[in-house]
Ligand binder design. Sequence first.
Ligand code: TYD
Length: 134
Amino acid sequence: MKTPWLDLQIHGDERGALVAIETGKQIPFAIKRVYYIFGTKEGVVRGLHAHKKLRQMTFAVQGACDMLLDNGRERIKVHLNNPSKGLRVEPMIWHEMSNFTPDCVLVVVADELYDPNDYIRSYDDFLNEIKKND
Ligand code: TYD
């Protein structure tokens, strides 16, 4: 599995840096929702699910964490620590975030509103869904 990175332009000058994210430009879907994860306690693993339809892009705008991406056949572990890089999390990708630094802020943009029915929260169910679609 190739790491689905998205490189963003940094608009920097002597005052510091700015990164912009726009629908249809850097992001290949219409953004309907933005959420952010911060204050994650030491040793916590978040995520632990796949989405049936949701498309997302994740940015570590501060600090760092690891993200495991698993398509049911292969898994890769990615280190997120660069505010000018986005990581795509497509539908039917099991994902887990871990090793959060105390200052880590993850910003996530998504193409749909929050829908608990879009979640697959059991890894076995996830693998069964993948096999069904093979
Ligand atoms: P959760 O899905 O457990 O987070 P993660 O997958 O990162 O471990 O979400 C934590 C809580 O936030 C849970 O009560 C659901 C709620 N939530 C929303 O209300 N809206 C959202 O867009 C998201 C992602 C979560």
